[in-house]
Design a binder for this molecule. Structure first.
Ligand code: S3P
Length: 173
């Protein structure tokens, strides 16, 4: 099976679905945020706090290039990506070189429910996270759609069902 690249907003379940594919469908999982954290020896929230978002975005592009060199020619890898990675046009082209790009689409309400007590996403530590989520989704959903080969709606769906739909759509490609 070709490599899969999961994209979508924070809380859309990219890591959970990648983990499911690793456990049940013989994929190896690579999480781009964890890859960056390991190399920088810092948590994402600390990178944002000490070096700023622009620095983090540069690291994202560099690391995707490195992953293409290391894994672009391999198979059965699922990449779980940071929610902001497809925003840069250059990154959208790079993601396609990694594998089939799967957009996990989620509603603002569902993100809010899932992340209301989360402190690890620096972009959502603000006075009105619901408004921030809605505004970011308005901006980003067209970007995710542009980057994606496949789109799956994930609200109220189990991991098993989401994976079943991903694999079905890939077979039909
Ligand atoms: C971000 C999403 C996060 C992480 C960083 C920025 C974003 O990843 O890369 O906090 O801009 O949407 P997850 O989507 O895995 O939460």
């Amino acid at each position: 099976m070709k490599n899969l690249v999961l994209i979508g907003y924070m809380g859309s379940g990219k890591t959970t679905i990648a983990d499911y594919l690793a456990k049940h469908e013989n994929f190896q999982m690579i999480d781009t945020d964890m890859f960056i954290e390991k190399k920088e020896h810092q948590r994402i929230s600390d990178i944002f706090a000490t070096q700023g978002e622009a620095y983090f975005r540069q690291r994202e592009t560099e690391n995707i290039k490195e992953l293409i060199e290391r894994c672009g020619h391999l198979q059965n890898i699922v990449f779980s990506t940071g929610g902001g990675l497809p925003v840069k046009e250059e990154n959208r082209h790079l993601l396609k070189q990694l594998g089939i790009v799967v957009f996990l689409k989620i509603s603002a309400d569902a993100v809010f429910e899932r992340l209301k007590n989360d402190t690890t996403r620096p972009l959502l530590q603000c006075d009105n996270p619901m408004e921030r989520i809605e505004n970011m989704l308005k901006e980003r959903n067209p970007v995710y759609e542009d980057a994606a080969d496949i789109m799956i709606e994930v609200d109220h769906q189990s991991s098993e069902e989401i994976v079943r739909r991903i694999l079905k759509q890939i077979k039909a490609m």
